[in-house]
Design a protein around this ligand. Structure first.
Ligand code: SF4
Length: 245
């Protein structure tokens, strides 16, 4: 990712817009080149509901690591039925995945931070990069209160991936957990059953676990890592360097 030529004035305008207006603008201006990429956490579900009202044909994309919880796959089915949409799945490259598993085993992420990053690269980061080549506007569910690393995330920013310029939008960036929950309840939005089981952040099976009261929302990620030394590893690489779950 590097500097972009996308106009500052446009980003300023987008930074001042409300979530629904941003979603509407994205589809009206970019059509099929705009995409909501979601891992089906609550913010993603809220934005799918918003899109159903203002941009029902907006592309909904997921990075399917092939290691998601069955509850997440069930939610995707429910959402497709409820909103009459077809979710696009970007999956790991078959050859790379096979080579990784053959060389290091299915559960390599337990061995070291480097192998966890390698697994995330093959299963998440690379498929996300492929998805990004299909869009000029990337709508994502990042919120400032999800982790200290996200506290300064802007609502609208410009990124460049291999010379491809993309406007990255986080329409709910300023929303609190309570606001998200309130929207879900008021609008009867389908949401992930894992939240009822104590999960506060949702990702791959094994690598994501429920959290205890008082713990940080992303504390359940890669729980076996040393919490002090590897606290920075609570990101999978998709949203690093201004960049994507
Ligand atoms: Fe692999 Fe775990 Fe990363 Fe999923 S979260 S891609 S299983 S290391």
């Amino acid at each position: 990712m590097s500097e972009s030529g996308i106009e500052k004035a446009l980003l300023e305008k987008l930074n001042g817009m409300e979530p629904q207006a941003l979603i509407k603008w994205s589809y009206e201006r970019y059509g099929e080149r705009a995409g909501l990429i979601t891992s089906f956490q609550n913010t993603g579900c809220v934005m799918i509901d918003m899109a159903s009202k203002v941009a029902p044909k907006l592309r909904v994309i997921t990075i399917d690591t092939l290691r998601l919880h069955s509850e997440t796959y069930e939610l995707m089915d429910e959402i497709e039925e409820r909103y009459g949409i077809e979710i696009e799945h970007f999956k790991p490259d078959h050859g790379r995945l096979e080579r990784m598993i053959k060389q290091h085993g299915e559960y390599l992420f337990f061995d070291s931070v480097a192998k966890q990053e390698y697994c995330c690269k093959v299963r998440k980061v690379e498929p996300n990069q492929r998805a990004l080549f299909t869009v000029d506007v990337w709508i994502t569910g990042l919120r400032k209160d999800q982790s200290e690393h996200r506290s300064d995330v802007p609502k609208a920013s410009a990124i460049v991936q291999d010379r491809h310029e993309i406007i990255k939008l986080c329409p709910l960036v300023d929303w609190s957990e309570e606001q998200v929950r309130e929207y879900i309840n008021e609008n009867d939005v389908p949401n992930n059953k894992l939240y009822e089981m104590g999960y506060t952040s949702i990702g791959c099976k094994i690598c994501t676990t429920p959290t205890r009261p008082g713990e940080h929302k992303r504390a359940g990620r890669w729980r076996w890592m040393n919490q002090n030394e590897d606290e920075h590893k609570k990101e999978c690489g998709i949203h690093s360097k201004g960049g994507g779950i």
